[in-house]
Design a protein around this ligand. Structure first.
Ligand SMILES: [Zn+2]
Ligand SMILES: [Zn+2]
Length: 231
């Protein structure tokens, strides 16, 4: 295999040097949403955005911050059929898992990828969140399940919408699968939701809300490959 960034031979789709060179999310972070914050904040700090909004997930963390390189990777993963880079990103996500006590203690959790629409699935050939979730599930020895469904909603691209519009759209887009809400299939109390990018958190909030409509689900944590940091 060839490293997607430097084109050297490697095993994971990215070579160890390039994986090392990707910028991690800088500290300190908001302990709830994982956003990097300026200043000296430490314990129990929540950013302004989190103080105002109702919570649906317990915390969100990401492996790397948005940068030219990381956005190139996500673009390739989403639009250029480069699913082969997902295991390298999952390795970086596992590092965050092991470095975060609140995640590490979720020993009986289920890993749940954010679903995509059927249209995207047939166009892309895979769900990028699932491509991240599968190697992560294997390395953490946690089951990977798909209890969520993604409805086809009007607007596909969220990029140009305000945070409030994104949340409104996301809430309508995700739901729990009937097999889980009816109790035919079960989930453990702790869920780790997996996605490629965390932008405003609208998708994470909507999925966490849908997951909590499933009997027995108590806690949803969120882990993404990339955190969009506006600077
Ligand atoms: Zn490389
Ligand atoms: Zn926050």
């Amino acid at each position: 295999m060839i490293c997607h960034l430097c084109h050297e031979k490697c095993e994971l789709g990215l070579c160890p040097e390039c994986m090392q060179s990707l910028s991690r999310v800088p500290k300190p972070i908001c302990l709830y949403c994982g956003a990097p914050v300026a200043g000296e904040q430490t314990d129990a700090f929540h950013c302004d955005a989190c103080t105002d909004r109702p919570r649906s997930f317990s915390l969100a963390r990401s492996a790397i911050r948005s940068s030219e390189e990381s956005m190139l990777l996500i673009h390739a993963l989403k639009y250029r059929k480069a699913a082969y880079i997902a295991p390298a990103l999952a390795t970086l996500m596992a590092e965050v898992w092991h470095a975060t006590p609140e995640l590490r203690e979720l020993k009986n959790a289920a890993i749940v990828p954010v679903p995509i629409t059927h249209r995207h699935l047939s166009k892309r050939g895979y769900n990028q969140a699932e491509e991240l979730a599968k190697p992560l599930s294997a390395s953490l020895h946690l089951p990977c399940l798909q209890p969520l469904i993604r409805h086809n909603t009007e607007s596909d691209s969220q990029t140009r919408l305000s945070a409030a519009q994104r949340l409104h759209n996301a809430m309508a887009a995700y739901a729990a699968a009937p097999a889980y809400t009816s109790g035919k299939k079960q989930l453990p109390p702790d869920i780790v939701l997996i996605d490629d990018v965390y932008t405003t958190g609208a998708t994470a909030r909507a999925c966490a809300k849908a997951l909590k409509s499933i009997p027995g689900v108590k806690n949803v944590a969120v882990l993404t490959a990339i955190r969009v940091v506006l600077s």
